[in-house]
Design a protein around this ligand. Structure first.
Ligand code: UDX
Length: 445
């Protein structure tokens, strides 16, 4: 099939490349000429495992191309996929300016029957608005559908090629048929539904996953108080198939380009309909507070962080990505600087992106994990990069001035800490001191 994908961000680029891998002819469109030039030179603007290789093989096979010419791409394609950004506005609502602009341009370019698909995450009702805009500018007929994307950064190619399900929201049998044929090679789990339910499925899924994370983080906080181990609790809970074991990893809260934005947007959508989404508001509040868990532990460990050197490992919101959008590291480092700490930070690939966005210049960005830990009063692990997991604790001990370790992602096990001199704080597990687990006194109620 012939496809045009508008927008070469995470969703658009990965979807376009994966559709070409399935044998379709795909033209990826972006109005940022510099991005298109980069892609045409075989370079990839984002770090995503496996993507560069697929771009190279599919462009060489003549199935994948990149252009700024939206009209030409639309005119030569049967299916148009809109995958432009919908960033948050200051009040939390999704900014639909890019999608509306794309709709107008698509409308002007349609010269024959097309199926227009919205893949961007958009508030309920947006697909219908997009269709209206296209209709107002178009002379030819088209059908429209909402096909939300559920890929995760860092595993985007794998997720796109092996989806759990495909949701197709459309009122048109012709569009449903064409889109089922397009997605059939990926999975048999294809659900056809109405447009508004499809739009809602995306928000509800992300909000539910965010809820699972905030829930386990609160359980972790209680575990710390009662002397239980959240890793054991999550394992025991996850064995119940009704609960499931995924997204029960306690830590310093979720970040990234989707959960923070989509939870806020869903709260706004509900509010506009006079519905107060109390549960989701609490999920967001718990997530914000969880970031300060690290600070509370540092205060407990050092008394006062003023004038102390704190090593930070990990700036990306999760491993295998250089994306720092809404990463917990921003608020944690900001709070530490406010309290007068000196910060030495290291991330395998995200430091440049972090430095570009972070407003303060006091951070010392390091070239290696060792440099960030060297002579520090404490080390905080904020992202669970494999590079960190592979570093022996004996090395960390040698590098630090004092063996104080705050593990915001629970990358070490109790047995790793035995026979070490660390003061070790993790999330939702007992503290350890000199290899010995701190035991709680008998609980009295
Ligand atoms: C998410 C959704 O998973 C995906 O379906 C959607 O399309 C986009 O948003 P992504 O943001 O790439 O994907 O990453 P994900 O792996 O879901 O992690 C999001 C955040 O939650 C990260 O900060 C991660 O550290 C955190 N997280 C995840 C936890 O703290 N605990 C968990 O158990 C899982």
């Amino acid at each position: 099939m012939k496809l045009a994908v508008i927008g070469t961000g995470y969703v658009g680029l990965v979807s376009g490349v994966c559709f070409s891998e399935l044998g379709n002819e795909v033209i990826c469109v972006d109005n940022a000429a510099s991005k298109i030039e980069l892609l045409n030179n075989g370079e990839v603007p984002i770090h995503e495992p496996g993507l560069k290789e697929l771009i190279a093989s599919n462009t060489a096979a003549g199935r994948l191309s990149f252009t700024t010419d939206l009209a030409a791409a639309v005119s030569s394609s049967e299916i148009i996929i809109i995958a432009v950004g919908t960033p948050s506005l200051p009040d939390g609502k999704a900014n639909l300016a890019y999608i509306e602009q794309a709709a107008e341009e698509i409308g002007r370019a349609i010269d024959d029957y097309k199926v227009v698909v919205v893949k961007s995450t958009v508030p309920v009702g947006t697909n219908e608005k997009v269709a209206d805009i296209i209709r107002n500018h178009s002379v030819a007929s088209f059908d429209f559908a909402s096909v939300p994307e559920f890929l995760r950064e860092g595993t985007a190619v794998r997720d796109t090629l092996n989806p759990d399900r495909i949701i197709i929201g459309t009122a048109s049998d012709r569009a449903a048929e064409l889109l089922t044929e397009l997605h059939r090679p990926l999975t048999d789990q294809i659900t056809i539904t109405d447009v508004r339910s499809s739009e809602m499925i995306k928000y509800a899924s992300n909000a539910f996953l965010a809820t699972k994370i905030s829930f386990i983080n609160e359980i972790a906080n209680i575990c710390e108080k009662v002397g239980a181990d959240v890793e054991e609790v999550a394992k025991g809970m996850g064995m119940d198939r009704r609960i499931g074991s995924s997204f029960l990893k306690a830590g310093i809260g979720y970040g990234g380009s989707c959960f923070p934005k989509d939870t806020q947007a869903l709260i706004q959508i509900a509010g506009q309909m006079d519905y107060d989404f109390k549960l989701l508001k609490s999920v967001v509040e718990v997530n914000r507070d969880q970031r300060f868990n690290v600070i509370r532990k540092l205060d407990d460990l050092l008394g006062d962080v003023a004038g102390r050197t704190i090593g930070i490992w990990g700036l990306a919101f999760k491993p295998e990505t250089d994306d720092v959008r809404d990463a917990p590291a921003f608020e944690i480092i900001e709070a530490l600087l406010e309290r007068g700490a000196q910060i030495k930070a290291y991330d395998p690939i995200a430091s440049n992106n972090f430095e570009k966005i972070f407003k303060r210049s006091e951070v010392q960005y390091c070239e290696s994990a060792q440099e960030a830990a060297q002579d520090a009063d404490a080390l905080c692990i904020l992202t669970e990069w494999k590079e960190f997991i592979d570093i022996p604790l004996t090395d960390i001990q040698k590098w630090l001035k004092t063996p104080n370790l705050i593990d915001g992602r629970n990358i070490y096990k109790e047995e790793d800490l035995e026979a070490t001199p660390f003061a070790y704080y993790s999330i939702g597990r007992p503290k350890m001191n000199n290899g010995v687990k701190e035991t709680n006194p008998i609980l009295s109620f």
